[in-house]
Write a protein that binds this ligand. Structure first.
Ligand code: AMP
Ligand code: MN
Ligand code: MN
Ligand code: MN
Length: 288
């Protein structure tokens, strides 16, 4: 019988980036939720992966090494690429990610200055206090601080202050798509376009991204993501088939009380007929 839900989660955050929970708390929650395969994919870092592997051994939970890399594609488009099955000890990957993260603190200062201009003071210091590591400082931390301080309701701070074109936004140049895919491949991982439905690209533009991504050796795309509507999911599934990509699935979990009510540890099943990333990650779906 066709499964509706699978105990596989290939996209998830911890407090090594902008997730609210420690690696241990995320994995406990995933396990409670029935997880059998859990990837840790923090933004621009693999710092949580080694710890996840040892906790995974304790919990009898299979850990997939991962990362979510911030990319600036064709001047000004922010795109996220997930690397799955990576070797977290790969020197090139670790050192290139460290360079990317080094720019986060300075960007945070600029966001703070921009918010001060519209009368919101103390945002940089406030957001920084919410980040477990200064180099992980993310718009997510600004989002939480703005909500905590009453500047916006849950789910509204991005559209008011932090999204492109809004007062707190500041341009940032992240990795090149070609470099990002190469770092992932050279650390034995497979590259996956994260949550394509979130970019608000036209179909033509998304196809351009897919074609360029494939030309560098990118292989996968998230068909199942907590940020996709059913219609987006169907559109992406059709692109997945048409462009011969491997389908992936991820909760993109950040925190238990987030405005998207999702948990780590599992996902809706990938639509029948699509090729998946699973065999490339040692996952035999027929055994689950
Ligand atoms: P950054 O990497 O610092 O630019 O922050 C991007 C992060 O902000 C993403 O990884 C999401 O976790 C979060 N994010 C993006 N858009 C939204 C939104 N509309 N509401 C809440 N969080 C968001
Ligand atoms: Mn995030
Ligand atoms: Mn993302
Ligand atoms: Mn993510």
């Amino acid at each position: 019988m066709e499964k509706k839900y699978i105990p596989i989660d290939l996209h998830c955050h911890t407090n090594h980036s902008d997730g609210a929970l420690s690696v241990r708390d995320v994995l406990n929650l995933a396990k409670q939720n029935g997880a059998q395969y859990q990837a840790i994919t923090d933004h621009d870092t693999v710092d949580g992966v080694a710890e996840a592997r040892s906790i995974g051994d304790e919990l009898n939970l299979n850990i997939i090494g991962g990362v979510e890399i911030s990319v600036t594609w064709q001047k000004g488009n922010l795109v996220h690429i997930v690397g799955l099955g990576i070797d977290e000890n790969n020197q090139q990957l670790v050192s290139e990610l460290a360079k990317l993260r080094a720019s986060r603190l300075e960007r945070g200062r600029r966001i703070g200055v921009n918010l001060a201009k519209i009368g919101i003071s103390g945002a940089f210091e406030g957001a920084l206090a919410l980040a477990d590591k200064p180099e992980s400082l993310s718009r997510t931390h600004f989002n939480r601080w703005l909500i905590n301080q009453g500047y916006a309701k849950e789910g509204k701070a991005f559209e008011r202050y932090l999204a492109p074109g809004k007062p707190g936004y500041t341009q940032q140049t992240w990795a090149e798509l070609s470099d990002c895919v190469r770092w992932i491949k050279e650390s034995r991982g497979i590259a996956v376009i994260a949550h394509p439905g979130r970019y608000n690209f036209t179909r033509t533009k998304l196809v351009r991204l897919i074609e360029e991504f494939k030309s560098y050796g990118g292989q996968g795309i998230e068909v199942i993501s907590s940020s996709h509507s059913l219609i987006e999911q169907e559109n992406i599934a059709s692109l997945c088939t048409k462009y011969d990509l491997l389908a992936s699935c991820g909760s993109d979990f950040h925190q238990a009380d987030g405005f998207r009510k999702i948990l780590p540890g599992g996902n809706k099943a990938i639509p029948l007929g699509l090729k998946t990333v699973f065999p490339y990650l040692g996952i035999d779906i027929t055994q689950l």
